[in-house]
Ligand binder design. Structure first.
Ligand SMILES: Cc1ncc(COP(=O)(O)O)c(C=O)c1O
Length: 453
């Protein structure tokens, strides 16, 4: 029989998966350590269990006690799972930047979650660090985990992630690429691998707006580096104790936009539906690709699962609001057409004349005008359906008598998603009016083309 004693026994031994399409322009093989296979769907399960085990061993945590932590969700998930199995309660403080889904998941696992403001200094009494510290002082038999400075965090990766990668690559790994926050994953994994082979290159990837990259390069803690960013779980405005910079060879910064777009590509091109920091890590690897050569084997750690980001990076509206998706508009679609005049048919013309126009210009949809007003439309499919029903004599009727609905008229800055919403079974096209008062047409076919490019 192979029955796990509890959910915690399923942590670790996550698969290493070759990236086949997305990395095809790199000179070497790239494999992803897909950490969402952990039961809490992230790498943080590993360190959550370890931090509790060490606290128990050191007598800092007694059964029935309360675990307190400032967590953006993933560590909380691992801690909540461990607390359930080992009999603790949990109180988590988090920031208002985190996905609502993450917070609801923690609550579903029985944790109490306190949401604190993001844009305050760590030392501010309102920060999620300060609130966690204060609660730990006030609540008896409680233990503040402090994943940033708790060295059991990096120990977990030294004991599990590192050895797994060494074995899975048969010792052939040449580069380790990790998006980094507390520093536990990168430091612990790198320490183990470098002890095995000091030539392995370790690249830590940081979001723009974090001070870690500058600190790594200059040793300076420069608060001027700190700016708001939306990537979750990584980057810091201080240097956690888990870092041992001597195990890191490069620090590279990635923008929120590029990370988000790369996460979306990972899902579409590799079927790896991952969180935001996965895109950061892979984008960082791409930015440093000139340092890779044939025969290398780069491993990128993908920290968590995409399900917690469906309302964010996997939502087109969210992406557009932040300028992360280039929005195509009516104007963009018609921009390559030159100054061609709109082809329209007067209401008094016959259906045969409309069909002639369709054939001559290879078009399927024509607006119908009457005294310079658009009063309706005719379409190839509409005419065909009428001919099937009423026979060939339809051809001699005036288009006025066989009108289909008029096309909606929009401005040229109308975005593509709005245009596709306006196109329906009855409406094969949309008209746009430019500043000079000229009309242009965008059809269902144009929209399909624009979406494909
Ligand atoms: C989604 C995600 N990616 C990356 C990290 C960074 O890992 P570490 O804190 O070990 O540096 C975290 C940590 O919270 C995370 O939640």
């Amino acid at each position: 029989m192979d029955i796990k004693n509890n959910i915690l026994e399923t942590i670790g031994n996550t698969p290493l998966i070759r990236l086949n399409k997305i990395a095809r322009n790199l000179p070497c093989a790239v494999a992803a350590k897909v950490e969402y296979f952990n039961p809490g769907n992230s790498a943080k399960d590993r360190m959550a269990v370890k931090m509790i085990e060490v606290a128990e061993q050191e007598g800092k945590l007694k059964r029935g006690g309360t675990i307190i932590e400032g967590t953006s969700g993933n560590t909380g998930m691992g801690l909540a799972l461990t607390a359930i199995v080992r009999g603790y309660s949990c109180i988590f403080t988090t920031t208002d930047k985190q996905s609502k889904e993450k917070i609801d998941i923690l609550k579903a696992l029985g944790a109490e979650v306190i949401v604190c403001p993001t844009n305050v200094e760590p030392a501010d009494p309102r920060s999620y660090y300060s609130v966690a510290r204060r609660l730990a002082k006030e609540i008896p038999n409680s233990f503040y985990i402090n994943q940033y400075d708790n060295l059991a965090n990096r120990l977990a990766h030294y004991e599990t992630t590192g050895p797994e990668l060494w074995e899975q690559t048969d010792g052939k790994i040449t580069h380790l690429v990790v998006a980094t926050g507390t520093g536990g994953t990168v430091t612990g994994t790198a320490k183990f691998l470098k002890e095995k082979n000091p030539a392995i290159q370790v690249w830590a990837i940081d979001p723009q707006g974090s001070l870690l990259t500058k600190y790594f390069r200059t040793g300076e803690i420069d608060m001027k580096e700190v700016r708001p960013y939306v990537t979750e779980g990584i980057g810091e405005d201080f240097v956690p104790l888990n870092y041992e910079m001597q195990y890191i060879d490069e620090f590279e910064q990635v923008s929120d936009k590029q990370a988000a777009l790369m996460s979306r590509r990972l899902a579409k091109e590799e079927g790896l539906f991952c969180g935001y920091s996965a895109g950061t890590a892979l984008q960082g690897l791409f930015q440093l690709k000139h340092k890779l050569k044939k025969g290398d084997l780069a491993v990128v750690i993908l920290h968590d699962h995409g399900s917690r980001y469906v309302g964010k990076i996997y939502n087109d509206q969210w992406m557009m609001e932040r300028g992360f998706l280039d929005i195509k508009t009516f104007g963009d679609i018609i921009s390559g057409r030159g100054s061609k005049a709109l082809i329209a048919v007067p209401a008094t013309h016959t259906a045969a004349e409309a069909i002639e126009l369709m054939q001559k210009y290879h078009i399927e949809n024509i607006p119908v005008t009457d005294k310079e007003q658009f009063i309706g439309s005719v379409s190839e499919s509409g005419l065909f359906a009428k001919m099937m029903k009423d026979g060939q004599e339809i051809k001699n009727k005036a288009v006025r008598d066989i009108l289909e609905p008029a096309y909606p008229v929009v401005s040229l800055d109308t975005p593509l998603d709005r245009l596709s919403a306006l196109i329906s079974k009855e409406n094969g096209a949309v008209l746009g009016r430019d500043e000079a008062g000229n009309y242009h047409i965008v059809t269902k076919y144009d929209i399909i083309q624009a979406l494909a490019n």
